[in-house]
Design a protein around this ligand. Structure first.
Ligand SMILES: CC(C)(COP(=O)(O)OP(=O)(O)OC[C@H]1O[C@@H](n2cnc3c(N)ncnc32)[C@H](O)[C@@H]1OP(=O)(O)O)[C@@H](O)C(=O)NCCC(=O)NCCS
Length: 145
């Protein structure tokens, strides 16, 4: 498995991963729009050239806002999500960010335990933030400074 920064040529694959992993997937255009923003970090994991997961982070001043992290189902629980997040954290440090933050469904135990194991702490909650099903978002933040 290798992880590398995404280029425009990878946007279609990221949208395909989104479609496989989320009820409300990001479109190719919205991924591209985020990727085109200054300092954004988009990483993709490949197994034998096949795209199997990706993660994206937008940067505003010295603040990182994580969009989606997704690994396609048959490659889960093999450490791909953790590797993507570790690489992302390295990139955050290189950019001297003050923090990286994200929101996640309350019931998303795999994602919440992954983020917490990497030093993200619960800093808040958005009541009924997600629809279908209606659910709170937990806000998780990792501070670098
Ligand atoms: C969340 C997700 C990206 C994790 O990817 P992954 O490649 O399976 O994760 P890893 O194999 O690297 O596991 C890392 C840690 O996550 C946690 N984890 C992963 N799957 C889990 C599960 N089914 N149950 C409980 N914890 C789990 C564990 O803490 C695990 O560490 P461990 O293997 O040492 O116990 C993946 O489940 C996924 O794509 N889910 C659907 C999309 C999604 O919900 N994304 C997050 C949106 S915020």
């Amino acid at each position: 498995m290798i992880i590398r920064k995404m280029t425009d040529a990878d946007v279609k694959s990221a949208a395909e991963i989104e479609n496989l992993c989320f009820v409300h997937p990001w479109s190719e255009q919205s991924i591209k729009d985020e990727m085109d923003k200054e300092n954004s970090v988009f990483l993709m994991a490949f197994e034998n050239e096949k795209p199997i997961g990706y993660v994206g982070l937008s940067v505003v001043f010295d603040e990182g806002y994580m969009g989606n992290l997704a690994v396609i189902e048959e490659y889960r629980r093999k450490g791909v999500g953790r590797m993507l997040m570790k690489e992302l954290i390295c990139e955050c440090k290189k950019l001297s960010l003050a923090f990286a933050t994200l929101e996640v469904r309350d019931s998303n135990t795999p994602a919440v335990s992954l983020y917490k194991s990497l030093g993200f702490d619960e800093v808040g909650r958005r009541k009924n933030y997600y629809k279908e099903p209606l659910e709170d978002a937990i806000l998780l933040t990792k501070f670098f400074k």
